[in-house]
Design a binder for this molecule. Structure first.
Ligand code: DX5
Ligand code: ZN
Length: 213
């Protein structure tokens, strides 16, 4: 299982990133919020650029914004392996934005909020490298895992099978020692507070990595 660690809930983000440098986390999950798509704002572009300089881990950028194009361009140089924006924000330009991300040689994908029907991903399922299935409402770390997530995950898997595609499936929000077992058949788990609020980052990262399907 791939593990991407979110530092959204950390007060001292630099210390958290430096700690993660010594861990077996696969990616550093960066939650960027514009204060419009979500109520709160998080991290400034400048701060993300700084983080990317001292992070050994490659970035997994999650854009929670109403205007993806602007931020895709601004964050193209931060050593990201993955960049996702919300399907709720993409509108008619969704394919253009996916192509824009790919043009920077970053794997491109769509994030989907809990209240959005999985069906609407069908139009783009052959164009994405990654789907970020939200298991909490976007906007904050430390929320409770939504119980409908496993059912939504199965719907997403079925959709991929019907189209004979296998984008990387990542689940984001409310992951802990119990909920991780409900999403065993994803490729990547995003974990925030479960890792960063613990004393031993590595121990909790390992517990996710060791999930057997
Ligand atoms: C929520 C963010 C998540 C969040 C995960 O809007 O997209 O990445 O930080 O944090 P936890 O694991 O604490 O729910
Ligand atoms: Zn996220």
């Amino acid at each position: 299982m791939l593990v991407s660690v979110s530092i959204l809930s950390c007060n001292n983000k630099e210390a958290a990133v430096r700690n993660l440098n010594f861990s077996s986390a696969d990616y550093l999950h960066i939650d960027f919020m514009d204060g419009k798509f979500t109520k709160k704002k998080s991290l400034k572009i400048k701060e993300i650029r700084e983080i990317s300089k001292y992070s050994v881990k490659k970035l997994d950028v999650h854009l929670m914004v109403t205007k993806p194009k602007k931020y895709i361009k601004k964050l193209a140089e931060v050593n990201a392996s993955y960049m996702t924006f919300h399907i709720e924000a993409g509108g008619k330009k969704t394919k253009d934005y996916l192509n824009l991300i790919k043009s920077y040689e970053i794997k491109a994908g769509l994030a989907i909020s809990p209240n959005t029907s999985i069906d609407i991903l069908e139009e783009y399922i052959e164009d994405v490298d990654i789907i970020l299935l939200m298991s909490v409402h976007p906007g904050a770390g430390g929320q409770e895992f939504l119980e409908e997530t496993p059912k939504r995950l199965q719907e997403l898997k079925t959709l991929c099978q019907e189209h004979n595609v296998s984008p990387l499936i990542s689940v984001d929000g409310g992951i802990n020692d119990k909920t991780m077992n409900l999403v065993k058949d994803v490729d990547m788990i995003v974990a925030g507070s479960y890792v960063t609020k613990s004393k031993e980052y590595e121990q909790n990262i390992q517990s996710i990595k060791n999930i057997t399907k």
